[in-house]
Write a protein that binds this ligand. Structure first.
Ligand code: ZN
Length: 141
């Protein structure tokens, strides 16, 4: 699937210390009625919860990191799942030795500081997620 989209509004700001990274960005998209777009952020977190998709087992495995980390990069998108804006976000973190790891952002990642940019897109075709039998994931058609 490949469609052209047009850039619209850009919403830029920062999250508060103690916010849940995923829930807060989801709320901004819901409040701003952003149904399609690109999400980027950077900053630091007080703890992290990340998922890894087991392609053979077809399920996410989640793990926690209970330490202060740099949020080097958050990239992802907003599209529609079950009629609501759904954010799919991946993160790269670094520890106090500059060692990196990352994965699929899950609820439970607590912000220390975070600066984000959300670019809204418009498209003639809705980007709606539905279950994909081949991967077990909810993907665009
Ligand atoms: Zn993912």
């Amino acid at each position: 699937m490949k469609l052209s989209v047009k850039s619209g509004r850009i919403v830029m700001g920062r999250l508060q210390k103690g916010d849940d990274l995923l829930i807060s960005l989801q709320k901004i998209c819901s409040d701003q009625r952003i149904m399609l777009g690109d999400v980027r952020a950077l900053g630091a977190v007080q703890k992290a919860r990340i998922g890894y998709y087991d392609q053979d087992g077809r399920e996410y495995h989640f793990f926690n990191r209970e330490e202060h980390l740099e949020l080097l990069s958050l990239v992802g998108n907003v599209s529609i799942r079950e009629g609501k804006p759904f954010l799919h976000l991946h993160v790269t973190f670094a520890n106090d030795r500059g060692e990196c790891f990352g994965g699929h952002l899950a609820e439970g990642t607590e912000v220390f500081a975070c600066e984000f940019t959300i670019t809204e897109f418009s498209s003639d075709t809705a980007f709606e997620r539905s279950h994909d039998d081949e991967t077990g994931l909810f993907l665009w058609k």
